[in-house]
Design a protein around this ligand. Structure first.
Ligand SMILES: O=P(O)(O)OC[C@H]1O[C@H](OP(=O)(O)OP(=O)(O)O)[C@H](O)[C@@H]1O
Length: 190
């Protein structure tokens, strides 16, 4: 059921960001072009695997969580909010320091209320820096994190997130970079 995702991940070009091996894929970069069947496979699997019956909001991270949250929101009629890279200075805004394998910056959380039931969706978990930082910040706000989804796992970020936050991350595929090529296995039973 995820064969289009798997095949397209295997075709990912690999580029260097400093010492970091970076794969380029429509889910994680918007290039090459996203084919709707890949997006549809992803949404169908999430709808099958995640209990979405009682979720108040889908939460995603700018930029490459937004298309995933949009597709899932249209299918489920659950609203979504974006954790932004822009500071608004709104009352209650929560800043989060994000560090990835190749960048660091602040993210800003707005419009999430204590006790809201949420799921988090992001494109990839790699070092785990992003998800660890936002999960910890969301816990301080008091939202009820029901599920965390990252479409692709790379390196040991998924395990680190689970160790640091106590929250499991659902992934659909694992990607390793071996000899500058993407090697992919699906991580979800269909
Ligand atoms: O597990 P990590 O090492 O933290 O990496 C994962 C994060 O890296 C990318 O975000 P990036 O900040 O590059 O922004 P983008 O979504 O705009 O590409 C990606 O979208 C994840 O949020």
């Amino acid at each position: 059921m995820l064969e289009n995702l798997k095949k397209s991940l295997e075709e990912s070009p690999i580029v260097k960001k400093g010492d970091y091996d970076y794969f380029v894929h429509p889910v994680t970069d918007g290039i090459p072009a996203m084919h709707p069947e890949v997006l549809k496979e992803i949404v169908d699997v999430i709808k099958n695997k995640v209990d979405l019956s009682d979720i108040d909001k889908i939460v995603c991270v700018e930029a490459m969580g937004i298309h995933l949250a949009t597709a899932l929101s249209i299918e489920t009629e659950i609203p979504f909010v974006v954790i932004r890279k822009r500071e608004y200075g709104l009352l209650g805004e929560v800043p989060v320091f994000q560090k990835t394998g190749y960048s660091e910056q602040n993210l800003y959380i707005n419009f999430l209320n204590p006790s809201e039931k949420i799921i988090i969706i992001d494109d990839v978990v790699s070092t785990g820096g992003t998800l660890i930082a936002i999960i910890k910040a969301l816990k301080t706000i008091g939202v009820d994190i029901k599920d965390v989804i990252a479409i692709v796992e790379k390196y040991d970020g998924k395990e680190l997130v689970e160790k640091e936050t106590g929250i499991k991350v659902l992934t659909l595929a694992k990607l390793d970079i071996i000899d500058s090529k993407a090697v992919v296995e699906l991580t979800i039973e269909e």
